[in-house]
Design a protein around this ligand. Structure first.
Ligand code: ADP
Ligand code: MG
Length: 662
């Protein structure tokens, strides 16, 4: 018997694993580790129960395929026996006569087809002897290989309680070798994965599922096969083994259940509870009959979807029918014949327990999962562990990851969504700014072209109209017309000049400037109709900024001019200066009429103006925008045009880097 199931007894087909943690939850010994978001079977911890194979809805947990070994054995010259576990009656209920199945297995090339159940009959006698002999000393049944692995690996101090008796499979193998010689090769066929790793005495072990595959691959069909009986020795009651309490029934000990001397536990939760109670001394002087699955009839090597009680009935029907045919004298003779076979089995501890991590480390893992107080311990089980502490221990042991905690992951997702929203908003703002500057760039090009072309003819018009005006006598009626032409031509020049300014591509010429003086100077030149109070305030400790003075003066005078124009009935124009190490902030605030919400988006679009014909060009703000951007600065607007919402007015906020970053 090996200490560890072989390396790929059960493994994950990675592309199929959806990381639902069901296998983690269902594994009775926590032999499944989540690493980098993948469930991985740690074979040194595995007991081969195959629970994970049964519960994985994706078919991502698969077990070692022994068919190639079986094919090789059958292809060889050697004599090969198939020993069929009694649960076949529950698996192959689609085949009406079991003798047909025997024939089908035979036609695969087996020289012998035997029932494991006879091995169970003999093993049952050994159990009977053991219980009768040392009535006081309790025993743990050792016929289920997963249970044996469980005791050896996780309760090594209980190994001496394992009944020192071979399993029915090994017993049957020894019986057949006694009959047919030691060279006989033996292939076990049953419902169990752990059997593949149970014993070196058996040459190969396949599941019923693998057998079905072999039969189909060889085109073996029930209707074409001759029915044959199992080869002797014929089994008796032993065929009842695969249902829970089967061992007891075979041993004729079922009465003892009533007396409470024997504890029967089956299934991944119950068998562990029974062992725990046994270990703590609560079940002293009790025998334990343990099965890892809910009876072998629910083993992982059975076809999926079978019903437990239907299967039980199928087994009892088979056994009843069989017992009717057994000749008691003949059976007794067989038992006698094989009673001197060695049915002993020795078990060694193979400790796989991991020492419990230190309290401090568990605490740290809990904190990382956002479990700060007892209230945060939801113990929801979504991670596959029963409690948050169990999960934390597994994290410290390197078996689990923090992300397996669903509440933690959901919270993290919420946070990511928030962050994403934020960056999305930022992106939208940047996109809008980009659109704006693209628009400005193309407008700029067009305007520059037109302005350039218009500049010369305008110069000619201005010059000649001025000459004509000067030459016209004072009282001449055309003099007024000429004056109008000169005036309008000047206006055109102004517009063209503005356009050229707006479209200028020339670099900024940065000069160290005392911004306080500079702003004050700009305010001095504001044309004040007389009803506007002008205020200035600076909180700057360092007033030095690098700016292009010509351009920045245009920015300020344009903003101030707009502010004054927005206060036809007077008000306050306030310019505030503040800053930090990197930038200065210039706020130009007025108590004017404000900007209606629907206009806010259009402000920086060239030629957008709400002013009457001849007064506005709509080129001020686009020009400002261009200059601020060339200074690597920012401009934003806040405005209220609705008196119901509070004081009306507008603030333009400029952020200008003290030094232009390259
Ligand atoms: P213009 O002054 O020639 O109209 P601008 O580009 O300077 O062109 O301004 C565009 C428009 O923005 C103005 O017509 C006005 O509607 C609005 N505006 C700009 N500044 C203010 C302000 N301080 N208060 C109210 N509206 C403003
Ligand atoms: Mg303006």
């Amino acid at each position: 018997m090996s200490g560890t199931p072989h390396t790929n007894l059960v493994y994950t087909q990675k592309d199929l694993c959806k990381v639902c943690y069901t296998c983690v939850r269902e594994c009775p010994v926590k032999a499944i580790r989540i690493m980098n978001g993948q469930a991985e079977v740690m074979i040194e911890r595995c007991i081969g129960c195959g629970n994970c194979v049964k519960v994985c809805s994706q078919g991502a947990k698969v077990y070692y395929n022994s068919n190639p070994e079986v094919k090789a054995l059958l292809a060889s010259e050697q004599k090969v026996a198939a020993i069929v576990a009694p649960s076949f009656a529950a698996e192959f209920s689609d085949i009406k006569d079991y003798k047909k199945l025997v024939g089908m297995i035979r036609s695969l090339g087996f020289d012998l087809v035997n029932e494991v159940a006879f091995g169970a009959d003999m093993v049952a006698r050994e159990y009977e002897k053991l219980m009768d002999l040392n009535g006081d000393r309790p025993h743990i049944s050792s016929d289920c290989p997963a249970i044996v692995y469980y005791i050896r690996q996780y309760h090594p101090q209980l190994v001496s309680y394992l009944a020192p008796i071979a399993s029915p499979m090994v017993a049957m193998t020894r019986i057949l070798r006694k009959m047919h010689g030691d060279d006989l090769k033996v292939v076990f066929i049953g419902p169990c994965i752990a059997k593949k790793a149970e014993s070196d005495e058996v040459n190969a072990a396949i599941t019923f599922t693998e057998l079905r595959y072999l039969l189909a691959a060889n085109g073996i069909k029930e209707e074409e096969i001759e029915a044959t009986e199992f080869d002797p020795p014929m089994a008796g009651k032993g065929a009842i083994f695969p249902v829970s309490r089967g061992l007891l029934q075979t041993v004729n000990k079922s009465d003892d259940i009533a007396e409470g001397n024997i504890v029967v536990a089956e299934g991944r939760v119950n068998f562990r509870d029974a062992v725990k109670e046994f270990e703590s001394g609560l079940l002293n002087s009790h025998h334990l009959e343990l099965l890892c699955c809910e009876g072998c009839i629910m083993g992982p090597g059975m076809s999926k979807g079978g019903k437990r009680y239907t299967r039980r009935t199928q087994i009892s029907n088979y056994v009843r029918e069989k017992l009717n045919k057994v000749d008691p004298a003949e059976f007794a003779k067989q038992v006698e014949e094989f009673s001197n076979v060695d049915y002993k089995q020795h078990f060694e501890p193979a400790d796989r327990r991991i020492p419990l991590p230190q309290e401090k480390e568990i605490e740290k893992a809990l904190l990382k999962m956002g479990k700060f107080t007892q209230k945060d311990h939801l113990n929801c089980g979504a991670c596959g562990y029963e409690t948050c502490v169990d999960h934390a221990i597994a994290i410290v042991e390197g078996l689990a990851e923090t992300e397996m905690c669903l509440p933690f992951t959901i919270e993290k997702l919420h946070k990511s969504v928030e962050d994403l929203n934020l960056s999305n908003e930022k992106l939208a703002t940047t996109q809008q700014a980009l659109k704006q500057s693209e628009k400005l760039a193309s407008m700029g090009q067009l305007s520059a072209g037109i302005a350039h072309e218009l500049n010369n003819p305008l110069g000619v018009i201005t010059m000649y109209s001025n000459i004509l005006k000067d030459e016209a006598p004072e009282e001449s009626p055309i003099r007024k017309d000429l004056e109008l032409i000169v005036e309008q031509a000047d206006r055109c020049k102004g517009i063209v000049g503005g356009l050229l300014n707006f479209a200028r591509k020339n670099q900024v010429k940065l000069q160290e400037t005392n911004i306080e003086e500079f702003v004050k100077h700009s305010l001095d030149s504001v044309i004040n109709p007389g009803n506007v109070e002008i205020k200035f305030n600076s909180e700057l400790s360092d007033a030095v900024v690098e700016i292009d003075q010509d351009q920045m003066m245009q920015v300020l005078t344009n903003l101030e001019k707009n502010a004054v124009e927005a206060m036809p009935n007077g008000g306050i124009l306030q310019v505030d200066l503040s800053g930090n190490g990197n930038s200065v902030f210039i706020n130009v605030k007025d108590s004017g009429i404000g900007i209606p919400e629907e206009n806010m988006e259009k402000l920086f679009t060239p030629f957008f103006t709400t002013k009457e014909m001849g007064k506005g060009t709509g080129l001020g703000l686009p020009l400002i925008y261009g200059i601020v951007k060339m200074h690597k600065g920012q401009i934003t607007v806040q405005s209220n045009a609705d008196p119901e919402k509070g004081e009306t007015g507008t603030t333009f906020k400029l952020t200008i880097p003290r030094k232009r970053q390259v």
